[in-house]
Design a protein around this ligand. Sequence first.
Ligand SMILES: [Zn+2]
Length: 205
Amino acid sequence: MLKTVGGAVLDLFLPPTCAVCGAVADGLCLPCATSLPAAPDRTPPPGVDHAAALAAHAGGARQMVAALKYHQHRDALVVLGPALAALASSFPGDGPDVVVWAATTAARRRRRGADQAQLLAVEVARWLDRPCAGLLVRQAGAAQSGRGRAERLDGPVYAVRGGAPPHVLVVDDVWTTGATLMAAAAALRTAGAVRVDAVTLTVRP
Ligand SMILES: [Zn+2]
């Protein structure tokens, strides 16, 4: 990850590279893109109408998420943005009123320099030609009492900034247990959404 050493200035002089193998490519080289493990079919989490992922969370796909998350490999956004937008376009209907992201905690965002889900959401919104908004606010250390056992295990709690329009698309990097998407959908519905869809880079089987 030579590109992260010199920061932004070095970025200007280096060609974009593949997020998986490091070859010179626009974000993801063809061999890596075509060998991503297929996403398994999973029922959307409760509260989510349609959910889909680009790939299973394994092999090159897992490396791709790590490159984006921990190494600020933004070249990959050029490829992943339109791919996620195409996935969202496969859902029935006229598309979302707004694209949001499942925000990480402020502490994690500071540590990594960016919220990878936000970077993805901005690209997806651009390709869908819809607005992107930071509606979801992750509640730091929210009280766990009164919540179900499954949520206590790994579910975040979200608040919604302002109100939510009827149809919202949530973008996240990894769909693991579904607890994050479920929490996001619950908060958005409380704030006025009647349909919540989700797209993620990877999904765990
Ligand atoms: Zn590659």
